[in-house]
Every structure is written in C-alpha cells, then in structure tokens.
Design a protein around this ligand. Structure first.
Ligand code: ATP
Length: 582
C-alpha cells in the first residue's frame, strides 16, 4: 500500500467538532430550543387521545362536546408541532451548510499552506480523495444528518421522559425493552470507526494506484510492465472491496437486530399495561397514551439508526479531512534575514531520493544577484534535482541551500514565491478566464500589465480569442501545450521574483518560438537572477556563467569562453554540438 496522510485521532476530531459547534453556538442553542418546543407540542396529541378515551369510558358530563374540544386541541398541537419541526430543520440545514463550507475552506487553506517541499511528496490520490469524497461526505452529513439526528434525539428524549412521567411502571417497562437497541448500537459503533477508516484508506490507495498507472502508461508499456501493474491494481481493488464488504457486514447485523428491538417496547407496554388494566391499577387512556408514545419512539430511533451509519462513515471522513493538520512540516517557517543579500548559496549539498544513492554529491555553488547561470550536463546528471533544491522543493540531507542566509526550504510558501520561482514543463491552466489565470501571480496587475506580460512571452494568440482576456480557457477554448507554457511564463513575468529557475520551461515550444521567447523573457527579466537548465547549448552560450554537472557532481564552473578554452567536458560538448569552437 502506498503511504497515506495522517488521520486525526478521536480526541482531535472531538476538539475540531467542538470548535465548529462553538462558532455556531447561538444557532445550535436555537436549534435545540425550537426542537424541544416541537417535541413538547408533539407529546400533547397522544396525551389528549388518552383523555378522550378516559372521558368516553367514564361517560360522565357532556361527553360529546368534551371529546370535540380535546380532538380540536390534538389537531392544533399537531399543526404546531409540524410548523416547529419544519423551522428546526431549516435552522439545522443552514447550520450544516455554513459548517460544511467552513470545513472545506479549512482543508483548502491547510493544503495551500503546506510548504512546497512537503506538498510535493504527499500522495496525490489520498489528498484528492480527502478534498473531494471525504469533504463531500462531511458536508452532506452536516447538512442532512446532523439536523435530523438532533431533531430525532430531542424528540426521543421528550417521549421517554413523557412516558416515565405518565406512568413510571409502564415507562420503565418501555425503557428496559429498549436495552436491545442500545446493545445493537454499542456493538456497531465500536466496530464502525476502524471499518470506515479502512474503507476510506483502501479507496484512496486504489485511486493512487490507478492514477499512477495511468500517468506512467507509456513507461509501463515501454518496459512491458502491464502484467505487474494489473496485478498491483487488482490487489488494491481487492483490498478496497474487502474493506467495503466488512463495513457492509456490520450493517447487515445492526439493522435486523435494531428492527426487532424497536418493536419490543410496544409489545412490553401492551402486555404489562393490559395486565395492570385488568387489575384496575391503571386507566385505559394511560395505557393507550403510553403505547402511542412508545410507538412514536420508533420514528426518531429509526432515524437515529439510519444516520448512525452515516455518522460513522462521516466521522472517519472528518478524521481524514482534519488529519491534514498533522502533516509533519519538520520546521516552523523561518523568518528571513537577508544577511547575505539575495545571494543563493549551495554548500556541500548531498541529496538522495531513496536514501540508497546520492544523486547530488558535494555541490558548492554561489549564484550572484542578477546573474544568468546555465546548468548543463548529460541526462540523469542531477540538473533537475539541483533545480528542485534551489527552488526549496526539497532540502539536501547534508549541506545547505540558502538564500540571503536562510535555508530556501524553510521559507513560508508566500515568501518563497516572491523570491524563487521554478518553471518546469508541467504547467497548470486553471479552468477560468485568461485574466484570472494570470492574476494568480499578481492580483493587483492592471490589464495593461497583463497584456505586456503576454507579449513578453510571445503569446499574441490571446488577441484572437473570442472574448480576449475574458475568454474561459480549459473549456471550449482549450490551450495547446505551448499556449499553456506561455501562460505560465507570463505569470512569472507578473510575479516578478528576484530569482527564476527554468527547467525545460520552453521545451514545448517549437525551437524558433522558444529562442524568441527566451530572448524576450531575458529582456523583461533584466536585473533578475535566472538559473536555466540548458538543453540547447545556445542558451548556455548566452549565459553569464555555466555550471557543468556529471553524475551528481558539479565538475566545471565558468564563462562560456573559459570553459571552451579549458577544453574539458563543456568544451567537448560545445565542439560536438556546434562543430567548431567559435
Ligand atoms: P534530465 O536531463 O534527463 O532531466 P537531470 O540531469 O535533470 O536529467 P535528474 O532528473 O536530476 O537529472 O536525475 C538525477 C538522478 O536522480 C537520476 O539518476 C534519476 O534517475 C534520479 N531521480 C530523479 N527523480 C527521481 C525520483 N523522483 N525518485 C528517484 N530517483 C530519481
């Protein structure tokens, strides 16, 4: 199974739920109050029914008009109960909607606040299923289950108290018969939390396995790994299925057990009440009222039973959504002191992805503010890994990468983005207008600035869009890969970080456009530090200095002319690519 994000413990979940309830304290109090009134109004009908029976049985006085009055009263209170119950549900649904929105927003905030080096290593399938499936389950529960459960709980409590007050013997008999329901619920609740956590975890794992197989489909095909991936996927599906079946089995025990137990109080009260009535120890009206109360108890208890299942699943989902707060971030975001200017320093950096082999070994490098540095090297030499360390997406296990004296990976995300931006060929275009896609980088930018940024990266295609900057992209107007790449480069122009790291940032553009884009970017980014992983030696030629990497080590560092005249690795590369020394 792939690694999973943390899950909040029961104490944390309770604390989070208390916090959510505290924010809505007044609504919750109002909800319970209106509910209580609705339930109290609901008790009066059966009580009046008992009075009607006793009046008819005694036959004294003006029976007909008394019965009429009592029946009218029962009708009025039934209407009052219906209106109050509707009002209580309305308050409940509103409370649920607001709280659900708060839970979703909290999840989003926490996700966005994660340092990039942490976010980048999170299992994407698990994160997505928490933000979508789990958050939806929590939202649905808060919207529907919580109000209905509160209504049912208050109603059930009132009915139990009412039957005890009406006749203690019949009330106790009813309560004793209810013990079966209690036992069924206890049995279920104890087993449900682990069962539902397992359902969610195996579901997320299955999503991860399927997503990674689909993402790496070409590699799978090239290496002939189809069989192996199919086996891994089938195993993940089997784990998810077995977890679901276990949770379903719990339901198949709970429901029949509870259904039978729910019928017992009515049967018990009829038997005991009948015996007491036969001995003239209780009136017929009291027996009927107690029976109706206990019969009415089936409604709220049934509701509770139905929702208990939902609440267990939602409890597990809530724990998963809240678990994001426990993602270890290693260190507190650092305060930045620019003791060392904006200089980027790499000191004796070693890095390993797996812990087995260092893919970067003892890198020492100082990048001066405003410098254009090109990093060249053969495939697998460690260029992209070094770019990730420079951008703070990872930290070296030995040595350091600092900016102005502060480890880059310790910078809080918002500060990091102001200082260093890494552009790779993985771009993301949000399903939104071109304007909003650009404003992400700088919310205060004017249209003039947006147009200038697009022009700087050669993205003049926006002028042909049906609604210009207001055209929605990612829908009818799909941007091709080159367009998406230009959009992300335009974002960089707008964000205007002092250091920009380009890793195949123009790889999706055709060579001519790429060259033009690089040149116009260079114009816009004048004065900025630019570190470019150079796949075209022309890019390296245009840089101030060139760092040459080989097998995880930095083997040469100098200007183009210095390295060419030294005639080592870069010199040979240049000759091979260019055919001659310029
Ligand atoms: P290229 O030009 O092909 O992108 P590169 O010089 O950028 O290569 P890196 O991508 O930094 O090289 O890779 C350096 C080494 O680290 C390679 O041996 C590569 O197989 C390994 N590597 C890269 N990414 C990972 C990863 N996510 N997990 C494990 N090993 C990795």
């Amino acid at each position: 199974m792939s690694s999973q994000l943390p899950v909040a413990g029961p104490a944390e979940v309770r604390a989070a739920a208390r916090r959510d309830l505290r924010v809505e304290r007044r609504t919750v109090v109002g909800l319970v109050l209106v509910n209580g009134l609705a339930s109290a109004a609901g008790l009066i009908g059966p009580w009046l029914l008992g009075r009607i029976i006793d009046t008819i049985q005694s036959g004294s006085g003006d029976v007909l008009s008394t019965v009429d009055r009592l029946a009218f009263g029962a009708l009025v209170f039934t209407v009052v109960q219906t209106v109050l119950a509707w009002w209580a549900l309305k308050i409940g649904y509103r409370f649920g909607e607001r709280t659900a929105a708060r839970v979703r927003e909290r999840f989003l905030r926490r996700t966005l606040a994660l340092p990039p080096r942490v976010a980048d290593h999170l299992p994407a399938g698990d994160l997505i299923s928490r933000g979508s499936t789990d958050a939806a389950v929590v939202a649905f529960t808060l919207r529907s289950a919580v109000p209905e459960v509160l209504v049912a709980l208050v109603h059930a409590l009132f009915l139990i108290v009412a039957v005890l007050v009406l006749d203690l013997r019949l009330g106790l008999c009813g309560l004793v018969s209810l013990l079966g329901v209690g036992a069924a619920v206890r049995w279920y609740v104890r087993r449900a939390r682990p069962a539902y956590l397992a359902v969610a975890a195996t579901g997320a794992d299955m999503a991860d396995v399927v997503a990674s197989t689909a993402k790496g489909a070409r590699t799978v095909e090239l290496l002939g790994l189809e069989r192996r991936r199919a086996e891994v996927t089938e195993a993940a599906v089997a784990r998810a299925r077995s977890a679901r079946l276990s949770a379903l089995w719990l339901r198949t025990v709970l429901f029949p057990w509870a259904e039978v137990s729910l019928a017992l109080p009515v049967v018990g009260v009829l038997l005991i009440g009948g015996a007491l009535y036969a001995k003239d120890l209780v009136s017929l009206g009291v027996v009927v009222t107690a029976t109706v109360y206990l019969r009415q108890l089936v409604g709220p208890l049934d509701t509770l039973m139905l929702w208990i299942e939902q609440l267990q699943g939602a409890g597990a989902s809530y724990a998963r959504v809240e678990g994001l707060a426990d993602v270890p971030t290693e260190s507190e975001p650092a305060a930045v002191h620019y003791a060392d200017g904006d200089r980027i320093r790499v000191d004796n950096a070693h890095y390993s992805y797996t812990g087995a082999r260092d893919v970067l070994q003892g890198i020492d490098l100082v990048v001066q503010p405003g410098e254009r540095l090109a990093i060249v090297g053969t495939s697998g030499a460690g260029k992209s890994t070094l770019a990730r360390l420079l951008a703070g997406l990872d930290r070296p296990h030995t040595g350091s990468v600092t900016i102005g004296g502060t480890p880059v990976a310790d910078l809080p995300p918002d500060q990091l983005r102001e200082h260093v931006v890494l552009i790779t060929q993985d771009q993301h275009v949000f399903h939104d207008t071109v304007r909003d896609n650009l404003l992400i980088a700088n919310p205060d930018a004017t249209d003039e600035e947006l147009r200038a940024a697009l022009a700087a990266v050669g993205a003049m295609w926006w002028e042909d869009l049906p609604h210009g900057l207001d055209t929605e992209v990612g829908d009818d107007t799909e941007l091709d890969d080159a367009g998406a790449q230009q959009l992300s480069l335009a974002r960089v122009v707008l964000a205007d970080p002092h250091t920009l790291i380009l890793d195949e940032a123009t790889a999706l553009l055709d060579p001519k456009t790429a060259r033009q884009t690089e040149q116009s970017l260079a114009g816009v980014l004048r004065g900025r530090t630019v570190i470019a992983i150079a796949h075209r030696l022309q890019t390296a030629h245009d840089a101030d200095r060139i760092a040459v990497m080989e097998a995880g080590e930095l083997v040469e560092l100098g200007t183009h002319d210095e390295l060419v005249s030294a005639g080592h690795v870069y010199g040979r590369l240049w000759q091979t690519w260019h055919g001659e020394t310029p």
